[in-house]
Ligand binder design. Sequence first.
Ligand code: FE2
Ligand code: FE2
Length: 225
Amino acid sequence: MELHADFNAPIHLDTRSMPWVASPQPGVERRMLDRVGDEVARATSLVRYAPDSRFAEHEHGQGEEILVLSGVFADEHGEYPAGTYLRNPPGTRHAPRSGPGCELFVKLRQFQPGDDRRVCIDTRAASFVSGMVPGLRVLTLHEFKGEHVALVRWAPGTRFQAHAHWGGEEILVLEGVFSDEHGDYPAGSWLRSPHLSRHQPFSEPGCLIYVKVGHLHPEEARCAG
Ligand SMILES: [Fe+2]
Ligand SMILES: [Fe+2]
């Protein structure tokens, strides 16, 4: 399967209007955002666990990145309530489950070689720091070789300068409304902007966004950089 697999093309999805699609595991459904491959895939998805559901034990070839959006996700290593950010590096394995049910943002098989740090951050208890313009608060979640992952909170009326995305930019709007000159993106919006794309973002009502930059290099740019 190839879904939104041209990483040089901009894409914007209103995920909340997308249907949930059954996975091979009973009680686990997903909304596929991008995908290269079938059940073993380089994939970005929203995943929903029904109460008292579980997923088969698996190993993380090329890593697994998760942001828990609601409910409580769990495995044999711990319980991860809404707001938890997890990175399970290549070679780790687990058998995930959920007692009360949960919704996750999941990126599979997208770790760069050598990125082998396990990460578990309770973002709701962590401290955000001041960002590049007044009104921005930033919580860095992970950095590795030009790739940067953060949660960014925008106070109402915050405006950012026009900028280009070296290595692209991916955003999931978690709360509020994020905007740029191309449109308005309410909570649930997922945007993927290619290498060297440009925009000038702002938020009128305020918002909270997950942002990853630097991971969408065309291969030649990544090698050169
Ligand atoms: Fe996993
Ligand atoms: Fe941007």
